[in-house]
Design a binder for this molecule. Structure first.
Ligand code: AMP
Length: 191
């Protein structure tokens, strides 16, 4: 099994690259943002509660996303591996993920961290907002709040995996295919 975390701030290209990576490597894509948006569209109580945080650009409480990931892991016992996208986003989530994987005698192989300048992030997110239908992409104030949440709560998740030498920085600017090839090189060298 090969478990990978694709890491980076909002707008760094995690979703785009995840789609390409799961099709090349046959991994199961677990995006907490996608799972939450699906709960919102089904109007579940979890979705409605999460929406209040997401609309403000704030992180949803840890126990909510950890519960979703735990269920997803249990629902996919035959997966060749998981690609975690947008999770973990706090140190508590990282520690919980390690415990969940340990119970299944699994671990994270590598965290690939996409590096993109803040100017480029805001530009990309505003552009994405024109077509994504995501309300949190259309307002610059919410975009900046999401980047601030990333800086204050999420960036340190890379430090957590650094202690185990599992973090690799990858340049997240350039063409989609160039970035994809850089990610593939890192994965191939670890398979
Ligand atoms: P994303 O699609 O990954 O950009 O996530 C969209 C929004 O969903 C974020 O701004 C958060 O409000 C929420 N969210 C997604 N993943 C997480 C997570 N791992 N922890 C907390 N909140 C999350």
């Amino acid at each position: 099994m090969f478990n990978l975390i694709l890491f980076g701030p909002p707008g760094s290209g995690k979703g785009t690259q995840s789609e390409k990576l799961i099709s090349r490597y046959g991994l199961r894509h677990l995006s907490t943002g996608d799972l939450l948006r699906s709960e919102i569209s089904k109007q579940t109580s979890l979705g409605l509660a999460a929406k209040n945080f997401m609309d403000k650009g704030q992180l949803v409480p840890d126990e909510v996303v950890i519960g979703m990931i735990s269920s997803s892991l249990d629902e996919n016992p035959d997966a060749k591996g998981f690609l975690f996208d947008g999770f973990p986003r706090t140190s508590a989530q990282a520690e919980a993920l390690d415990k969940l994987l340990q119970l299944k005698k699994q671990q994270i192989a590598v965290m690939l961290a996409l590096d993109v300048s803040e100017e480029e992030l805001v530009k990309r997110l505003i552009k994405r907002g024109e077509t994504s239908g995501r309300s949190d992409d259309t307002n610059e104030q919410i975009i900046r709040a999401r980047i601030n949440e990333y800086r204050s709560k999420t960036a340190m998740v890379a430090d957590y995996y650094s202690q185990f030498n599992k973090v690799v920085m990858v340049k997240g600017e350039g063409s989609i295919d160039e970035i994809f090839e850089s990610l593939c090189r890192e994965i191939d060298s670890r398979l």
